[in-house]
Ligand binder design. Structure first.
Ligand SMILES: Nc1ncnc2c1ncn2[C@@H]1O[C@H](COP(=O)(O)OP(=O)(O)OP(=O)(O)O)[C@@H](O)[C@H]1O
Length: 358
């Protein structure tokens, strides 16, 4: 079947700078896809190429099987919402939303009806005559969203639309965006560097690193099965411990950890040679902490204990260099009486850990 949106080997160079190396991705109709990655990883450039603000140096983009690269930006019928409020300051909210409809030659009556529908969609009924300057940042972004969706574009691009808002407002609007996505079934491509935002909003996430996509998957897939150390660090919390490979088979590794503890059958990523130094990744919420000595567990020393509301964060040290954090639910029995400097034993299910080549 022809994919809805097909980004094929897109590359973008600015003179000697390669902003996007090779981005390859298909998106289904109605999907919420997020580009997640650090600053400079090529997310915005990829989005601008989709929008038609930039031409790729090579590669193609197909919508319903047809290239869009020879269609100018304003004819691509792609909605856009950006970081800074891009409303027309001299127009009322109603006229801002009406603008793309006027450009498309809609009748006055259908524009009036559509503006009413869009204000209801973003829950801003009654704001029609306000100027953007008379509204909060969050309200302005909702107007921008209403304007972008007014002519019912099949695709909506959003580039860090909430980054100028404070945390509470951001979360409120994330919830609104999710609801609007479900109600309109528009296909959304969303750029952010905030993993929590990506996890909250997306059907799938494409993790960008240095101009390529490292991995694409649902938030749960990326968390449980990161294929690279970069993805493991970017989604969820993680700590890394040096380890030595004993043997590897069927994508699993048997390793020796500090204190000569051996653990068998940990998912292995990348090619590894026996005896080579590797990194073991552990998630703080997947580690068991015990005060009783256990020969199969890692010996650690408590460095710090932090109360974080519904859970407790125990920072421990294994040997000289490695710090491993453990997150325990509030009231967990292992925490009572725990203090800095105490010896503890850490253990984990091999399925929840990962071994990466250095
Ligand atoms: N017009 C340009 N000329 C030269 N280099 C550019 C241009 N636009 C982007 N770049 C470079 O391309 C790389 C990717 O930039 P891009 O804006 O796509 O990254 P990003 O992941 O969206 O980051 P951010 O979250 O900071 O916007 C960066 O190194 C950037 O400096």
């Amino acid at each position: 079947m022809t994919p809805f949106l097909d980004i094929r080997h897109v590359r973008k160079e600015y003179g000697p700078v390669v902003a996007v190396h090779d981005v390859e991705l298909t998106i289904e109709r109605g999907e919420f896809m997020t580009f997640l990655g650090p600053s400079g990883s090529g997310k915005s450039t990829t989005l601008y190429i989709l929008a038609g603000f930039e031409q790729p140096s090579s590669g193609d983009i197909l919508l319903n099987g047809k290239t869009i690269l020879d269609t100018p930006s304003h004819k691509r019928n792609i909605g856009m919402v950006f970081q800074r409020y891009t409303l027309f300051p001299h127009l009322s909210v109603g006229d801002n939303i009406a603008y793309p409809l006027k450009v498309r030659g809609w009748s006055k009556a259908s524009i009036t009806e559509r503006v009413r529908q869009m204000l209801a969609l973003v829950r801003l009924e009654g704001f029609e005559d306000r100027r953007p300057a008379q509204m909060s940042g969050g309200q302005q972004q909702r107007v921008a969203l209403a304007r972008a969706l007014a002519y019912d574009p099949p695709v909506l691009l959003m580039d860090e639309p909430l980054s100028a808002l404070d945390k509470k407002l951001r979360e409120e609007i994330q919830y609104e965006i999710r609801r609007i996505h479900q109600e309109t079934e528009v296909t959304i491509l969303y750029v952010t560097h905030d993993q929590e935002e990506a996890l909250r909003l997306s059907d799938r996430i494409a993790v960008f690193s240095r101009g390529v996509i490292d991995q694409i998957g649902t938030g749960a897939e990326l968390y449980a099965h990161p294929r690279t150390r970069f993805v493991a660090e970017f989604i969820g919390d993680s700590d890394f411990l040096p380890c030595q490979l004993l043997s590897a088979q069927n994508g699993r590794a048997d390793v020796t950890l500090p204190g000569d503890v051996t653990v068998a059958g940990i998912p292995l990523h990348g090619a590894a040679a026996d005896g080579k130094a590797l990194q073991l990744m552990l998630r703080p919420e997947r580690i068991a902490l015990s005060r009783e000595k256990d020969g199969h567990a890692l010996a650690a020393v408590v460095e710090d204990i932090t109360f974080l509301g519904n859970n407790i964060h125990v920072k421990t040290r294994i040997g000289e260099e490695a710090a491993v954090s453990v997150r325990l639910p509030f009231g967990h029995e292992a925490v009572s009486g725990l203090a800095r400097g105490m010896p503890v034993w850490l253990s984990f299910d091999p399925d929840t850990a990962h071994v990466f080549t250095a």
